[in-house]
Ligand binder design. Structure first.
Ligand code: UFG
Length: 315
């Protein structure tokens, strides 16, 4: 298929774009490089450096869009909510209009576990309440709502994939954020010597060891779900799928695995809780397994960390 991948110079977008090309698709990457890197655009993709508000220029002949371009930091969204509403909601509504104008009726959208907010139960299922606790999650949920409406009203075909904690690497494609907030890359930066220690944000949560529990999914498993979702997009339907590995690991457990994988002692310093962090976030991915036949293949935390470490350290 001829595909447009917005945000294809970013972490998840570049891995998915690479896998789409390997699967024989024709890919155009649209990215403004505000957080992405031009050298992450995979070989074989056409690259258009532009904002999503200018996506129309890249939509001629396109059969489907995979939409990753977004602002994605929870903390920043609390500081600058307008940026998140304008970019994530406003930008996407503009993209959907441009798609309509160009006769493009299929989209796979990067949604997030942050749409659920503080969960009532674990693992979280897609029908559970969505009560986001920050503008990032709220802006993504608003897009999910719009996709449902456009599917009914305009016959759009859409799949929203709600990512839990994405980590790992695909060959050279890895996480590279100017401001790194995520746990695994921050822990590994201690092993490379870029940081002296890692902060553990709170040890007084109601979990076995007192630190927050998250569901880590390998970026390659996540990418495979996009290829399945693309095949499943059906005009007039909006489907929502959670994507996690289904197992929860605490911050302390993640640090322990990183110590094992790197052989580095990785000093950890206990700090205060980070505002807005739910104690436990674990996905039920039963729906996508049942409906699309998705199965995580690198779900073990050790594999996820090993691949992230390999890409970072060149090992
Ligand atoms: N943490 C630390 N030290 C760090 C970084 C993180 O202790 O240096 C802790 C956090 O407090 C949290 C856990 O490690 O308990 C995971 O934190 P991340 O920042 O790696 O990931 P989040 O769970 O906060 O966020 C992820 C995605 C978001 C998404 C969210 C869903 O990155 O985009 O899940 O709630 F919104």
């Amino acid at each position: 298929m001829r595909l447009l991948v917005t945000g294809g110079a970013g972490y998840v977008g570049s891995v998915v774009a690479a896998q789409l090309i390997e699967a024989g698709h024709e890919v155009t990457v649209l990215d403004d490089l505000s957080t992405g890197h031009e050298d992450a655009v995979p070989e074989g993709a056409r690259f258009v450096r532009a904002d999503i508000t200018e996506a129309g220029q890249a939509l001629d002949g396109v059969e489907a869009v995979l939409h990753f371009a977004a602002k994605s930091l929870v903390g920043e969204s609390v500081q600058q909510p307008g940026l998140y509403w304008a970019n994530n909601l406003g930008g996407t509504l503009g993209l959907l209009d441009a798609m309509r104008d160009h006769g493009v009726g299929r989209i796979v959208f990067s949604s997030t576990a942050a749409t659920y907010g503080e969960p009532e139960r674990s693992p979280i299922e897609e029908g559970d309440p969505t009560r986001p606790t920050n503008p990032y999650g709220a802006s993504k949920l608003a897009v999910d709502t719009a996709l449902s409406a456009y599917a009914r009203q305009r016959g759009l075909g859409a799949v929203s994939l709600r990512y839990f904690n994405v980590a790992g690497a695909y060959g050279r494609f890895r996480e590279r954020h100017a401001v790194e907030t995520h746990l695994i890359p921050n822990v590994l930066k201690v092993a490379t010597g870029e940081r002296e220690s890692v902060s553990v944000f709170g040890t007084d949560y109601p979990t076995a060891d007192g630190t927050c529990v998250r569901d880590y999914i390998h970026v390659c498993d996540l990418a495979k779900a996009h290829l399945l979702a693309l095949d499943a997009v059906t005009p007039g339907e909006h489907r929502v799928y959670n994507l996690g590995s289904g197992a929860g690991f605490s911050v302390q457990e993640v640090i322990s695995v990183c110590r094992e994988v790197t052989g580095h002692e990785i000093p950890a310093v206990v700090g205060d809780r980070r505002p807005g962090d739910p104690a436990v976030l674990v996905a039920s991915s039963a729906r996508i397994q049942r409906e699309l036949g998705w199965k995580p293949e690198r779900a073990a935390l050790r594999d996820i960390v090993s691949d992230a470490w390999g890409a970072l350290s060149g090992k």
